[in-house]
Design a protein around this ligand. Structure first.
Ligand code: ZN
Ligand code: ZN
Ligand code: ZN
Length: 179
């Protein structure tokens, strides 16, 4: 048994691990609590974010040949990052190899027609591995921050995990690609 973690600010034990709706894990100090009336944390404000373990991939960095690892950012986005890359906390700058590849899902052409407009459908796999069919004319207007073209979307249910309504990912957008 591990001894429970204690708060580095006040020494009180931390609360059990909570998960945010973006899938990140955190632990709050047991002396702190969220007051929905004042919209402030009362007591100790310490929050410990738990880093997901990086997962080494069976792929090599195109820049230096070192293995790549899969990282999940604070916002639940995934990226492949070179294991030779690091972060110098003192100098506040990256060290070593700076190769990063964001994982943003992939699109495959389908030989099916859109029931709404008759254009071809594409199969879109999100970064989280969910699949959906969508119309090839659909797009995303970055300026207006809204969907363009045909809005036909059909999510393919994954039989392995019964889908819960709260687990529905947002429609893929190009805005995730902005780093
Ligand atoms: Zn505390
Ligand atoms: Zn590299
Ligand atoms: Zn369509």
């Amino acid at each position: 048994m591990k001894t429970p973690d204690t708060c580095p600010q006040c020494g009180a034990p931390l609360k059990p691990i909570e998960e945010t709706n973006t899938g990140r894990k955190l632990q709050r100090c047991s002396k702190g609590s969220w007051n929905p009336d004042t919209k402030k944390v009362e007591g100790c404000p310490y929050v410990k974010w738990l880093q997901a373990e990086p997962q080494t991939l069976d792929e090599n960095c195109p820049k230096c040949g070192a293995p790549l690892e899969l990282r999940v950012t604070r916002f639940g986005k995934k990226m492949k990052k070179c294991t030779k890359g690091g972060w110098d906390k003192e100098a506040r700058k990256p060290t070593g190899c700076d190769y990063i590849e964001w994982i943003t899902g992939k699109t495959e052409e389908l030989n099916e027609d859109c029931p709404t407009c008759g254009a071809k459908l594409v199969l879109y796999t999100t970064a989280k591995g969910k699949k959906m069919k969508k119309c090839s004319t659909s797009g995303w207007d970055r300026e207006a921050r809204q969907a363009t073209g045909c809005t036909y979307v059909e999510w393919l249910n994954d039989s392995r995990s019964p889908s819960s309504a709260s687990d529905q990912p947002p429609p893929p957008t190009d805005q995730d690609q902005r780093v």
